[in-house]
Ligand binder design. Structure first.
Ligand code: HEM
Length: 312
């Protein structure tokens, strides 16, 4: 038998959950009901984001990611991006709570704060941001699950550079040649900042190959085989950007609501929230932008056929 609308969505249970702490018989005001509903809405969107991020990681974590799978990964991330954009607008609803009216029930929260949102921490951790002792760090070695950041790094490291893959016998020299020619071109165009480009590549071998792969994809963007990898990279950037903008709009809403008061979670409040907008997980994806060079100056492409679509 087909379920009713309300059975399928389990609405009766869902709509009973806006009471504040369980078994608390306190009468909830309109403003507090609003406050609870807005938070619950966000947490439901977080659930969606976590699920989509996990699916993206699943796709990118296989040792060989088929070209046909990349659109699927982009599709999952686009859903996350649209959700962050929507959530950035949702602060407007929160702002219909007047600062003085918030004070009427702020004490009820005690030390409860979005700070403790375990789904927020899971989102960050799936993206690649880990926390140690309350401080954000780039990578937590103890974590078993790979993050989006880590699977992206692994995937980038396998990028065919001038037609050479990590399994090719002369891969190292092919990659080194590409970097050498690229830096030569860079120097002739932007001598003042070439040191930045040198520093970008000058790292231990896996990082060097990964960054060279990233530069390669961003540089030879019109090649058919690189079309989806390029799209994937710009989607990752948009994903992180949408999260930063969402954090930023939360900070502005909070500033409007509590000014410079400290947070219920014990942080400095707005200053802390503004600080979180400075984090970047996909650091290389952002910094590669400062070392790109114009198309006409790029090293000649070897093995162009490799990057064409191959028919059956
Ligand atoms: C009146 C409304 C709100 C105020 C005044 C407010 C204030 C704050 C403050 C001051 C912090 C910093 C931590 C602390 O010391 O407590 C914080 C963190 C946070 N808030 Fe809000 N918030 C509000 C609404 C919301 C809503 C509706 C959500 C949605 C779930 C939310 C999610 C978060 C999250 C996830 C954090 C942790 C951010 C991080 O550590 O990166 N907040 N909030």
């Amino acid at each position: 038998m087909s379920p009713t609308y309300s059975e399928y969505l389990r609405l009766e249970e869902l709509l009973k959950l806006q009471t504040g702490v369980k078994d608390d018989k306190r009468k909830i005001s309109n403003d507090e009901l609003h406050f609870i509903l807005v938070h619950q809405n966000f947490e439901l969107w977080f659930k969606l984001i976590i699920n989509e991020l996990k699916s993206t990681i699943d796709i990118l974590s296989s040792t060989y990611v088929e070209e046909t799978k990349l659109p699927q990964a982009v599709h999952h991330m686009n859903r996350v991006i649209e959700t962050f954009k929507l959530m950035s607008q949702q602060w407007r609803v929160m702002e219909t709570l007047e600062p003085q009216d918030f004070l009427n029930f702020r004490d009820e929260l005690g030390t409860a704060s979005g700070f403790e949102s375990f789904q927020m921490r899971e989102m960050e951790s799936l993206m690649g941001k880990k926390w140690i002792d309350g401080k954000p760090v780039g990578k937590d070695e103890k974590s078993l699950e790979k993050s989006l950041y880590e699977v992206t790094c692994d995937w980038l490291e396998r990028t065919p550079i001038q037609g050479s893959t990590p399994n090719s016998v002369d891969d190292e020299s092919q990659v080194n040649n590409f970097i050498k020619e690229y830096l030569k071109a860079h120097k002739s165009l932007y001598p003042d900042t070439t040191q930045d480009a040198i520093d970008f590549f000058e790292e231990k071998s896996s990082l060097r190959r990964r960054r060279a792969g990233l530069v390669f994809i961003e540089s030879y963007r019109e090649l058919p085989l690189l079309a989806w990898p390029r799209k994937l990279i710009s989607t990752l950037i948009e994903l992180e950007e949408s999260m930063i903008l969402w954090r930023s709009s939360h900070a502005r809403m909070v500033e409007r609501m509590i000014g410079r008061r400290v947070g219920t979670g014990g942080s400095s409040g707005v200053d802390y929230l503004d600080m979180t907008t400075k984090y970047r997980v996909f650091i290389d994806l952002w910094s590669v932008r400062s070392v790109l060079i114009k198309k006409e100056a790029l090293p000649t492409l070897n093995n162009p056929d490799f990057y064409e679509f191959k028919g059956e």
